[in-house]
Structures are given as structure tokens and as C-alpha cells.
Design a protein around this ligand. Structure first.
Ligand code: NDP
Length: 329
């Protein structure tokens, strides 16, 4: 009845650190489904949870891991039975509730999604919260009228998890993708995913700032926030849309009203954490039908529980390319 977990704790001086420990089932949190974790993912938010950043974790000791996939071990809910393959993203699991960085976890059945047909537990964690969010952003842009004929779509933070999967999904859907990255050394990998144009982040930010700039992009998916989001809004074409997903470059947004009142630009927020069940199932189905996982394989790295603390510092420093898969056992 014991299992291994990466336990994150805070000492009397407020220093946060993590170590692999052996726990027993009595220590698992409340919930009605116990899951043996096959795979988890590493996301920017996991980096924050493992290092005490962002005030996301309030109660210690804690087990982080905002997304995982595995096999139901025990269920007190009619929707799931032992042996079912499931996945979980969001619902603040890994932040306010113990998450996936363990061989076993216990959660609320309402938070689970059955494994989409055609995908393995490893596949869905290759995609993870990052891929789900990318799909939700594309769905919202298309609901607002975006089509491949509308023109270039800009993806920022393109070499990261959300950015790289958004690049791949959009290219597969026939869009012309401009990938903005601070790491030109990954340009070839982004081209392989389907990006038509690579834009250097420093060159983009280095262009002279004007209240309204040349209209270039039909839409954008922004994973970065801060100065990048402020600048790209001024380059969106008439009637275009911007999906704001992340804040890897900062939470501030400095802009002006001209893109909105002279070009009718729409800025929309994307949240994957509290998405209702039906929207999740629909998005996962579309990912399963669209994403070329074989083409994405070169952007996937694997770590065990012991490797997570270092990988967390890497993702916060913007040094991770694509997705990091976590194998807890
Ligand atoms: P990653 O760390 O994998 O990717 C972030 C990318 O942003 C990096 O790879 C890098 O790309 C770029 N970046 C990093 N630091 C900076 C910086 N200082 N200035 C500008 N660009 C920078 O993270 P994820 O893809 O997992 O997540 C991306 C963002 O989206 C995060 O802020 C995350 O919290 C958020 N998110 C939001 C969700 C939602 O539901 N709204 C769900 C999932 C994630 P490059 O080197 O190519 O420039």
C-alpha cells in the first residue's frame, strides 16, 4: 500500500524544496477515485509549484503535478471502474489538491476525463495541459471567424509547450504560422512542426514603437504577455483576434485603444483550468484527430521524479523546448 511521491515542503525560513519519499495510502487526500499514475507532464505552472513561486501552493507538505494520466485503481463513482484509463488537467489539482508527481493519487471523479480514443496515457501527457490549452485557443479563434484564408497567425513563446503544440495544430489545420521565439537555435524544430516563418523575439521587440503599426497578422496566440502582447496587438489586421493564454514574459500589459477602436481587434482570454467537462472532451477529440504526434516526438524529453526539481528550474528559465514527460514509476 506504499508508493513513491515527490513531496514539496517549506522550511521555517520559507525555503521550498522537494524530495522523493515513500508514502502510504492513508496519506492521500480526499477524493472518490484513486489512480495509479502512468505519466504526468511538466508545465510552467508546475515550475512555480515546485519552487514556491506565484503563491500557488498554500498548504505543505504538497505533491505537485497539474496534469497526469493513468489507470483507475479504485472508484467510488459510477462513471469509473478499476482498470479504466483516465487523464486529468486543471481544476487546481497540483496547486490546492495533491497532483500527479506520485505513483498514486486520489481525486474527485468530476475532474477526470476518459482517455480519448486512439491515444495512450503517454500520448495524452505529451499533449497535456499545454496541448489542451492550444486547442481551446484555436477553437475560440475559429468561433470568432478565423479561417486559414484570413492570413498569418502569430504564435508567441513558440518553442514552449503551448506554443509548439499550437504551431503544430494550426499547421495541420492549414494555417500559415509565424512562430515568435527568443531562441533562434530552435528555428529548425519549429519549421519541422509546420511554422512558415520564424520571428526573433529581440528583433520583434526592437522595432520602433508606434501607437499603431503595420497590420500583419490575422490572429495571434500569446503565451508570453508583457511587452510582446502589447506590441503584437498593434500589428493585428482589421477585425483580427488575439487569444491571451500565458504570462511567461510577465503579467503586465501596456497598450492603447487604437487597435480596438480603429481595427476592431478582439482580445480574448483562454482558461483551461475550469473548463466544463463537455468542452474538454470535445477539445481532446479534436486534438486526437488533428495532432501529428510522430512529428512532435523530437520535442519530447522524459524525466523521473528525481529529475523534476532541476527540470522545474529549467522551465522557469525558459530553457525547455516542447514538452517534458514525467514517469513517476
Ligand atoms: P513553457 O515554459 O513551456 O513555454 C513558455 C515559452 O515562453 C518559453 O518556451 C519561451 O519560448 C517563452 N518565454 C519564456 N520566458 C520568456 C520571457 N521572459 N519573455 C518572453 N518569452 C518568454 O510554458 P507553457 O507552454 O507550459 O506555458 C506557457 C504560458 O501559458 C505560461 O505562462 C503558462 O502559465 C500559461 N498557461 C496558461 C494556461 C491557461 O489555461 N490559460 C494553460 C497552460 C499554460 P521561446 O523561447 O520560444 O521564446
Amino acid at each position: 500500500m506504499t508508493f513513491r511521491a515527490l513531496v514539496t515542503d517549506r522550511d521555517a525560513e520559507g525555503r521550498v524544496s522537494s524530495s522523493v519519499q515513500t508514502l502510504n495510502e492513508a496519506q492521500l487526500p480526499e477524493g472518490n477515485v484513486t489512480v495509479d499514475v502512468d505519466w504526468a507532464g511538466l508545465n510552467y505552472k508546475d515550475g512555480l509549484c515546485l519552487t514556491g513561486g506565484g503563491g500557488l501552493v498554500r498548504t505543505y507538505p504538497h505533491v505537485a503535478g497539474i496534469d497526469f494520466a493513468g489507470t483507475v485503481r479504485e472508484s467510488g463513482d459510477d462513471r469509473y471502474k478499476a482498470g479504466d484509463k483516465v487523464l486529468l488537467t486543471g481544476w487546481r489539482v497540483g496547486e490546492t489538491h495533491w497532483g500527479g508527481y506520485a505513483e498514486r493519487t486520489r481525486v474527485n471523479a468530476d475532474w477526470l476525463v476518459p482517455l480519448p480514443r486512439g491515444l495512450t496515457t503517454r500520448d495524452v501527457m505529451t499533449i497535456g495541459t499545454a496541448g489542451l490549452t492550444a486547442m481551446l485557443a484555436i477553437d475560440r479563434l475559429e468561433a470568432g471567424g478565423l479561417t486559414p484564408e484570413a492570413g498569418e497567425v502569430l504564435i508567441t513563446g513558440a518553442a514552449g509547450g503551448v506554443g509548439s503544440i499550437a504551431t503544430s495544430l494550426l499547421a495541420r489545420l492549414g494555417y500559415h504560422v509565424a512562430a515568435l521565439s527568443g531562441r533562434p537555435q530552435h528555428a529548425e524544430a519549429l519549421r519541422t512542426l509546420g511554422a512558415s516563418v520564424i520571428i526573433d523575439r529581440n528583433e520583434f521587440l526592437g522595432q520602433p514603437d508606434k501607437p499603431l503599426e503595420s497590420a500583419r497578422f490575422a490572429a495571434a496566440i500569446d503565451n508570453v504577455g508583457g511587452k510582446v502582447l502589447g506590441k503584437l496587438l498593434k500589428q493585428i489586421k482589421y477585425g483580427g483576434q488575439v487569444a491571451s493564454v500565458g504570462n511567461a514574459g510577465g503579467i503586465d500589459l501596456s497598450t492603447n485603444v487604437l487597435p480596438f477602436i480603429l481595427r476592431g481587434v478582439t482580445l480574448m482570454g483562454i482558461d483551461s483550468v475550469m473548463q466544463p467537462y463537455a468542452a474538454r472532451v470535445k477539445a481532446w477529440r479534436r486534438i486526437a484527430l488533428t495532432l501529428d504526434l510522430a512529428a512532435y516526438a523530437g520535442l519530447v524529453r522524459q524525466v523521473g521524479l528525481e529529475g523534476l526539481p532541476y527540470a522545474a528550474t529549467q522551465i522557469l528559465a525558459g530553457e525547455v523546448i516542447g514538452r517534458v514527460l514525467v514517469r513517476p514509476r
